[in-house]
Design a protein around this ligand. Structure first.
Ligand SMILES: [Zn+2]
Length: 303
């Protein structure tokens, strides 16, 4: 019995064991179920966590991209996108305003000077110098003086022209009222000697030498520049290398050919491919681009 007992014990124990096993199995099974349940729960939790992680990753990626875009779009200053948008809206507004009404040149270009700017002072046969106008003069070269406000640009232009191997030569710059008077009266005397009446002599003289008080040379803002190899003040100047360089580049230094060939009616002065007037770099550029003389330009900008 003992053995059976022993047997039974194992038998008892076997079921127990089996039971244990079963139980174990059951437990295993139960526990599997619990494990399955808990595994399912964990999987759910894991899936949930994964979803949350994905969502966070997407959100992070979105912000990450936005943050990464900042340094590119705003020069390394995060948070400037808004400013960029405002800037873009401003650009759009300006473009819209520009297209809508086509305002005059003065409003279109921020760089357009005011018509009352000193550099745009108009002196021609119909607009004499203001009474008592006296520019502050500075020596330019070869005994010639100019308004000190245009001296640096004038010197730069002459230097740039010479740097190309050319030989520009200044033959007139600032003139006092007395000098202009002398030039004019000499011309009148020559015409009188040629047989013209005083009235005609003065009229003819006025075509080539401005009546005193109406010469831009009295402003100190005008230069007569010729090619050293051809110092004749006539239309042959336009064919000289110096003149061709000046006609092409003078605007870059704030000067314009003041009396173009097709503007005599407007300027009151014959074609002078040697007389350059300082108007400032912005005005010179616009006059060059628009191919207008000073009278036309002042009309364009509301002067
Ligand atoms: Zn001149």
């Amino acid at each position: 019995m003992a053995p059976s007992k022993r047997l039974s014990t194992p038998a008892r124990t076997r079921p127990n064991a089996v039971g244990r096993n079963r139980c174990a199995g059951a437990r295993t099974s139960d526990s599997s179920a619990r494990i399955c349940f808990s595994q399912a729960g964990r999987r759910l939790a894991f899936a949930g966590a994964l979803l949350i992680a994905c969502a966070l990753a997407i959100v992070f990626a979105s912000f990450g991209c936005a943050s990464a875009a900042n340094p590119i779009s705003s020069g390394g200053e995060p948070g400037n996108n808004h400013d960029d948008s405002i800037l873009a809206e401003g650009e759009a507004d300006r473009t819209g305003a520009l297209n809508a009404s086509q305002p005059p040149l003065a409003e279109r270009a921020n760089s357009t000077p005011h018509p009352d700017d000193w550099s745009l002072i108009l002196v021609n046969p119909w607009h004499p110098l203001p009474d008592g106008y006296e520019p502050t003069l500075v020596h330019l070269e070869q005994g010639f003086y100019v308004d000190e406000r245009c001296a640096a640009d004038a010197a730069a232009m002459m230097a740039a022209c010479r740097a190309t191997g050319l030989n520009p030569f200044i033959c007139s710059a600032y003139r006092s009222h007395e000098t202009q008077e002398t030039l004019f009266s000499t011309n009148v005397q020559r015409n009188l000697a040629a047989g013209l009446s005083l009235e005609d002599a003065r009229k003819e003289a006025g075509k080539t030498v401005a009546v005193p008080g109406t010469s831009e040379h009295q402003l100190g803002l005008a230069l007569d520049i010729v090619d050293f190899a051809n110092q004749n003040l006539d239309e042959s100047q336009e064919r000289t290398p110096v003149q061709q360089w000046l006609i092409e580049h003078s605007w870059e230094y704030g000067f314009v050919l003041r009396y173009p060939i097709d503007k005599s009616e407007t300027t009151g002065i014959i074609y002078e491919p040697w007389h350059y007037r300082y108007v400032g770099k912005d005005a010179a550029r616009e006059m060059h681009e628009e191919a207008v003389c000073l009278e036309d330009y002042l009309a364009m900008i509301g002067g």
